[in-house]
Ligand binder design. Structure first.
Ligand code: PMP
Length: 285
């Protein structure tokens, strides 16, 4: 079965799906995106992802490409046409196609919309979570507006590549103040030796992760103590547990940071529990 992508009003075979070379997403990374987990063929926490999309668009003054109910239909359709039961759906909206000039197009252009979906291997992901992942720290070198989920991801690409080349799976950015901001594609968490879960509060230094927000509700319900504050790599090395969150990984335990073992080198009990309980608290659309 060939994979299908939605591109500006059409469902196309993925291998033939393309955008105009003058698309501002292509030329300037002038666009935003969202990634939703798909489970049982349904979209996880979709309304929250759409709310964040609207905010990203507003911040960059890109107009909404279509009414949100229509977008929901497209996203479900792409999931269905690709027969994805467990995986991801990706949505990208750019400012549109215009003659290359840094400033916004002088006349309004239609934003470009692309939606793709792909299956993930559930067993493989569960195995990765059972083993835990390794993280390396890298200097924070992104622009200050990482609260906007923009497709300008070059620093994230380089950080992730550096992690891979060092045998790790994720990179954690460390700001000039010495505190961890977040991962290249995830939010960063630790658990203190007395069982408090710590993550940085939402400011312009991190993306307000949807998984992060839902997980806080899970922790509230399970009466797990939360501390929203920054932490340093040194504190993380000595933590009882560490983990990352994102729509594609949900809660992914971290077992080593910069080559130092976290806890006993196995995924921690709180991270495992949060991973197991997460979907009881998420909304399915
Ligand atoms: N921070 C960054 C930089 C990310 O790319 C992601 C993944 N989109 C996250 C955090 C986690 O966000 P979410 O839980 O909404 O996937």
């Amino acid at each position: 079965m060939s994979r299908i992508a939605y591109v500006n009003g059409r469902y196309r075979e993925l291998r033939n799906a393309s955008v105009n070379v003058q698309d501002r997403g292509y030329q300037f990374a002038d666009g935003v995106y969202e990634v939703c987990e798909v489970r049982g063929g349904r979209l996880v926490d979709y309304p929250r992802h759409m709310a964040r999309l609207q905010r990203s668009l507003r911040e960059l003054r890109i107009s909404e490409p279509m009414p949100l109910p229509a977008l929901a239909i497209v996203m479900h359709e792409v999931v269905w046409r690709n027969r994805v039961t467990y995986g991801l759906v990706y949505l990208q909206v750019t400012r549109g196609v215009a003659r290359r000039d840094h400033a916004f197009p002088p006349h309004p252009v239609k934003p470009s919309v692309v939606v793709t979906a792909r299956a993930l291997n559930y067993e493989k992901n569960q195995q990765t979570a059972a083993n835990g992942i390794k993280v390396v720290t890298v200097p924070e070198n992104r622009w200050p507006r990482v609260d906007i989920k923009s497709v300008s991801l070059l620093p994230n690409v380089l950080a992730k590549q550096e992690a891979r080349e060092k045998g790790a799976y994720e990179a954690w950015y460390v700001g000039s103040d010495g505190f961890v901001t977040e991962g290249a594609s995830s939010n960063a968490w630790i658990v203190t030796t007395d069982g408090r879960v710590v993550t940085r509060s939402v400011d312009h230094g991190i993306l307000a992760g949807i998984t992060r927000a839902v997980l806080m509700e899970v922790m509230d319900a399970l009466q797990i103590r939360l501390e929203e504050r920054p932490f340093t790599p040194a504190e993380a090395y000595e933590a009882a547990e560490a983990f990352v969150t994102s729509a594609s990984q949900i809660v992914m335990p971290v077992v080593a940071i910069d080559g130092r073992t976290v806890g006993n080198g196995q995924p921690g009990g709180i991270a495992r529990r949060l991973r197991e309980e997460f979907h009881r608290f998420s909304a399915f659309s």
